[in-house]
Design a protein around this ligand. Sequence first.
Ligand code: TYD
Length: 229
Amino acid sequence: MSLFVTFEGPEGSGKSTQARLLYESLHTRRFPVILTREPGGTRIGDLIRRIVLDLQHTEMAPTTETLLFSAARAQLVSEVIRPYLEQGGIVLCDRYADSTYAYQGYGLGRDLAELRVITTAATGGLRPDLTFYLDISAEAGLERKRRKRPVTRLMGQHGIEQEWNRLDARELEYHQRVEAGYRELIAQDPERWRVLDARQSIEALAEQIAAIIEPYLASIPRLETVPLC
Ligand code: TYD
């Protein structure tokens, strides 16, 4: 058995912090677990990330943007996610295909049926077992993120990135469409989503996530402890 968990939410929802905390707790308990993120998580994906999020790339066409996110995803699924799941591990991913539906679909108005075709090609149809939605309004999330800028942060093994990106800089209405889009996605597939109030403390959220994930861990064998000689 394996487990594929994704984290979604608007800008500034704190999902990256929660993904990292869950990773650390599972790792400490010796579960086979990796944490990755989109766009990025591979050498090629990180290069695509730079292109797609660069504030200077104002001329990027919506189709280009959609295909770049999908190309980074295709690489991540084939190089990292699928191989780890095939070994029976737990994959935690900070954003995944739902971000494309929410941001490029509902946000930019791209055709959802077309996005589904592109996404299936990119992922080979791989879908998460469980998706946490860190629920915060577009206004409140952007405000949180704005306050943090221009601080940089470390993300996984693949380096440092800029905080305020090309997509953050879009107008509030765009982010409100993204938020409404997430609500549609949740309504279409309520079994998979767990919606959490992102305005709670980091600790309270982490506890809720840990409680939700616990039953899913029963089928995942822990790594052997190597005895010291
Ligand atoms: P990032 O700085 O990682 O933001 P966050 O911490 O909110 O995840 O930037 C990722 C941005 O890319 C974010 O604005 C969401 C956007 N995005 C898409 O528009 N489509 C996608 O398919 C993905 C994966 C991300």
